[in-house]
Ligand binder design. Structure first.
Ligand code: F6P
Length: 342
């Protein structure tokens, strides 16, 4: 009797990220190449719960490599962590479709879900890091981060045009949740005067003094406008809810004397455009390399691993270990940003 083909599932979960489609394509095409069957699960763990599952062939992932978002859809299902019945419904779907391996593309919440799933259901699970936040400590880069940096940079370039024309100061917020990577990379790429990172854990007064110092330096060397990049994680911190880009801009406008120069500041939030757009070549290639690695791991019967990249080498790390690692923003990049904006 012919042996049943190995059958794997793939889902995308959490906030979408450019390059998720390239990752889905890489997983599907690599798996099919190696004689496996692949099922796509819609809307992350929500589709597992509701049995929204269908087979994917090579053609079904054609014409998606350049598209932002995720063709599979995505969602957050917090009940997966808290409700045993919800999890059992998800496992029943995997069993019904005879799925014995699962690729989960998402952030740390999705990885925690994959971890529990493989322990309780016995289905091998492999995580692919898909998030613009770059907040997973075990990997140098996540899929979507490079594109999001470029989106921030392009938006800040545009702000720079109008700030320079009017001699204004732009205080601009970027995403990243409690991780400052997007802010520091985008801030350096956009040549900002100051970058505000949640990892510093400063209070509002300290941040205002820092902004004043940096703007005074820039105006002092003849610059006529300013760009301040703030990570959203700062105003997500306890007691810092008021410290928004509009608050900072208004404070600067009312405290011109402290900068020693006329200041006309405006606040801008780049927002969800950071999650969209055609993935950069770096994200597409990262997704291709990581997707192939996930399939190889499942072919070898491995489980509870997440795929990452360290020093340009694709690696796998135990998910339990990966989600417990604490992400740190690069001290070198922080000091470099400070030096270059001097
Ligand atoms: O995790 C990705 C991310 O875009 C964060 O940077 C941001 O804080 C969050 O998702 C926004 O989530 P939502 O799409 O639910 O508004």
């Amino acid at each position: 009797m012919e042996k049943a083909k190995k059958r794997i599932g793939i889902l995308t979960s959490g906030g979408d990220a450019p390059g998720m489609n390239a990752a889905v394509r890489a997983v599907v095409r690599s798996a099919l190449y190696h004689g496996m069957e692949v099922y796509g699960i819609r809307d992350g763990f929500v589709g597992l719960k509701s049995d929204d599952v269908s087979p994917l062939d090579a053609g079904s992932v054609g014409d998606i490599i350049h598209r932002g978002g995720t063709i599979l859809g995505t969602a957050r299902l917090p009940e997966f962590a808290t409700d045993e019945n919800v999890r059992q419904e998800c496992y029943a779907t995997l069993k019904k479709h005879r799925i014995d391996g699962l690729v989960v593309c998402g952030g740390d919440g999705s990885f925690r879900g994959a971890n529990v799933l493989q322990h309780e259901s016995g289905v091998n699970a492999i995580g692919l890091p898909g998030t613009i936040d770059n907040d997973l400590a075990y990997t140098d880069y996540t899929i979507g981060f490079d594109t999001a940096i470029n989106t921030c940079m392009e938006n800040i370039n545009k702000l720079r045009d109008t700030m320079a024309s009017h001699g204004r100061v732009s205080v601009v917020e970027v995403m990243g949740r409690d991780c400052g990577d997007l802010a520091v990379y985008a801030g350096i790429a956009a040549g900002s005067d100051a970058i505000l990172l949640p990892e510093m854990r400063w209070n509002d007064q300290k941040w205002l003094r820092y902004i004043v110092t940096k703007l005074s330096q820039s105006f002092g060397r003849g610059k006529k406008y300013g760009i301040i990049v703030m990570a959203e994680g700062i105003h997500m911190q306890p007691g810092m809810g008021h410290f928004t880009v509009d608050y900072i801009a208004s404070w600067l406008n009312h405290n011109q004397g402290s900068v020693g120069h006329k200041v006309d500041a405006r606040g801008s939030v780049i927002g969800h455009v950071q999650r969209g757009g055609s993935p950069s070549s770096a994200d597409r290639i990262l997704a291709a390399r990581m997707g192939e690695c996930a399939v190889d791991a499942l072919r070898e019967g491995k489980s509870n691993l997440c795929v990452g990249i360290r020093n340009n080498k694709i690696i796998t790390v135990d998910i339990t270990k990966a989600v417990s690692m604490k992400k740190k923003v690069s001290k070198h990049l922080i000091s470099l940003a400070d030096i270059l904006s001097h």
